[in-house]
Design a protein around this ligand. Structure first.
Ligand SMILES: [Zn+2]
Length: 270
């Protein structure tokens, strides 16, 4: 989809932004094999589905410095799952890129890097030519977030701050593009998607709080209940991934940790 003559979004998961046939942001997913012959390949964060561009031939290969711990598989797994191993396992379902990555060069002059932490610690958005904000995984399409049930936030407190910041940022650009979800050339539609994310997360936080008001529960119990209440399949990988978000919610709401014979449980005081 062309937003303007020199701004194109190649739809996928992630959606890939191509500016002026020179600058490519978040190449991955089904777009990973595209040879775009670009001058610069940029990634918003180190998750395996966003970094295929950094394995290509390009003068500039850019990843935010705070995400450099994901340059090799051991670090990438640590970021994604909250623990790591050099051994393969069926639980590592996001190993789309196993190679080591070597960034090179600095940001092109028409690109501004905007810290949008929360999804990962060093996640950024990129404003290109002052016109288009590529917001990466800082928020998601309505259907995508509903499908996840528990969207990935390593720090939901920072994530919510980033969503507030995005409301202001959107005012200053013509277009906003997210990685997973529909692409609109109408930024007011994107603003309503953003608001949907904020409301969704606040509701999720409230649900977790209600769940541990009268009964102490473990992180994994909370995850399984949230997924089953929405009729979702529960897999080893979904329990591991969703536990990160739930832990960050428990810290966000100041829940009290309690050690029991069955492990760590959490509750909130009224
Ligand atoms: Zn991600």
């Amino acid at each position: 989809m062309k937003l303007e003559k020199n701004i194109e979004v190649i739809q996928g998961s992630p959606n890939t932004l191509v500016y002026d046939n020179r600058i490519v942001i978040d190449l991955g997913g089904k777009n990973a094999s595209l040879e775009l012959n670009s001058e610069a390949q940029l990634a918003t964060h180190g998750h395996g589905d966003h970094i295929a561009g950094l394995t290509k031939n390009a003068k500039i290969k850019y990843l935010p410095k705070m995400e450099y711990w994901t340059l090799d598989l051991l670090g990438r797994r640590a970021l994604t799952y909250g623990f790591s191993s050099s051994k393969d396992s069926q639980v590592f379902t996001y190993d789309f890129i196993k190679d080591k990555i070597e960034p090179s060069g600095g940001l092109p002059s028409e690109v501004e890097e905007i810290p949008l932490p929360g999804h990962t610690p060093g996640h950024v958005g990129y404003i290109v030519d002052g016109k288009v904000l590529y917001a990466g995984d800082s928020f998601f399409g309505n259907k995508v977030i509903e499908n996840f049930v528990i969207p990935y936030y390593i720090d939901i407190t920072k994530g919510l701050e980033s969503l507030d910041k995005l409301k202001e940022l959107i005012k200053g650009v013509d277009y906003v593009v997210i990685s997973h979800g529909p692409t609109y050339d109408n930024k007011n539609k994107m603003l309503s998607v953003l608001q949907y994310n904020i409301d969704y997360l606040n509701n999720l936080i409230k649900n977790v709080k209600d769940m541990i008001r009268d009964k102490e529960r473990s992180v994994e119990e909370i995850v399984v209940k949230l997924l089953k209440d929405k009729g979702r399949e529960v897999t080893p990988s979904s329990i591991i991934l969703d536990s990160l978000t739930v832990k960050s919610i428990l810290i966000h709401i100041g829940a009290e940790p309690i050690v029991t014979d069955e492990g760590l449980k959490w509750r909130v005081k009224n």
